[in-house]
Write a protein that binds this ligand. Sequence first.
Ligand code: SF4
Ligand code: SF4
Length: 483
Amino acid sequence: MIALVPREFHLFQAAGRSFLYLVPSAAVFALDEATSAVLRVVSERAGEGEDGVVAALSDRFEPAAIHAAVAELLEVRAIGYEHQPLDTPPRVLPMMPFPLNTMVLNVTNQCNLACTYCYEYGEDKIVDTAHGKQPKFMSEETARQSVEFLLRESGPTAHVTFFGGETLLNFPVLKATIAYARRRAAEAGKTIDFSLTTNATLLRPEIIEFLAEEQIGVTVSIDGPRELQDRFRVFHNGAGSYDVAAPKIKELLRRHRSRPIGARVTLTSDTLDITRIYRHLTEEMGFWEVGFAPVTTSPQQQYAIGEHGFDRMLDQFRRLAREFADAIAENRHHGFSNVKDTIEEIHKGVSKAFPCGAGLGLLGVSTGGDVALCHRFAGSDEHKFGTVNEGIDRARQAAFLEQHHIADKTDCSRCWARPLCSGGCYHEAHVRYGSTTRPNLHYCEWIRGWTETCLEVYGELSERNPAFLARLDRAEARAEVAV
Ligand code: SF4
Ligand code: SF4
């Protein structure tokens, strides 16, 4: 007798049936009654052979159905033979040179706001923007050199995201760079597109007009209704920014219809009223979608989200995710982008060796032209990968990837959520633990709870609106054709 044992999977229920999330392949597998029953027997009676499984289920299924279910579960590696070694995350490093897809350009490290929790100016900052070597504003020349760098390093498509500080403090350079990049990309036969993040307080009619005309993707950093926004997002004199930002955002949303505009909310322990924030930003302000991210900070800060805060956050995320599932099942729009983004990853079978594209397809550029891991590290010597003029230090990039592979994060290597989490944001790890190599173990429960919720929504949509998931394939196929 060869004993059968369960392998790495996560079982979940959706739309009244059982599904498996197969960890090594990151695939979702719907179970019928026979496969479900076989899996239960193998999981509960470790060491049982196939004949034992048939005997245990002989009153409910024909032997042929049980053998077929065992074969299917073996094939997808939901179960295996006891003597066979477990699948471990393969230590495969990406082919180099990896094409640069997204360049985040920090056009300034200055800001007209002084948000209490800001990673750029608060106590947790990495880059000394006040006394460091980086200029306060990126020059037009450095921006042009950055464009040339991107066009050298990218494949057929390239994306520029303007970031800050407050991006619009350097609007003249931003505007000139877009014109230059469009011309140079056309000459190079490449497709290029642009987006920016702003706090919206400096929007003016001519800027809004430009963003709309040029079809620039816009994300607005905003934390919700007045009293939540004004808790942390304040001017240097301490005055809240809601009353300045809100009318400008409304004008932006009215005029800029060429691309959907999203809001990006930073959650703190004091501002966890997620449902209310969502309603305000979508129904009252008119944002197409809203994404939420917990504040990145050391645990000592009073606004850091603690264990109870993560529970509260998860509870509200789950409620909004349910609302998303019901809306999508009826072919209505829902703007909760956290769930939409994760569902897209699940659908594509994403299994990450690294938590995000930082240092790989995404790089940040500081105001002085230093190339770094991502925008949050731009200007930090410790996380520098080269300069826009000299190019990427390939040896340094390779060493970084060597040190940050999921296979080396021992705590993560047996976690069922690792295909989507892969240890979490490097910046968060740096702030929490002082090292980008550390996994973010302070939020595992939250990550696993949230991943489970997204799997449930995915399973439910596969039953209630499979056409929606099929459209994700077509959207991807269109992107490939565009490439
Ligand atoms: S950080 Fe936690 S949740 Fe994420 S992969 Fe590692 S162990 Fe899993
Ligand atoms: S390291 Fe963190 S902040 Fe930087 S790109 Fe990755 S997830 Fe975003």
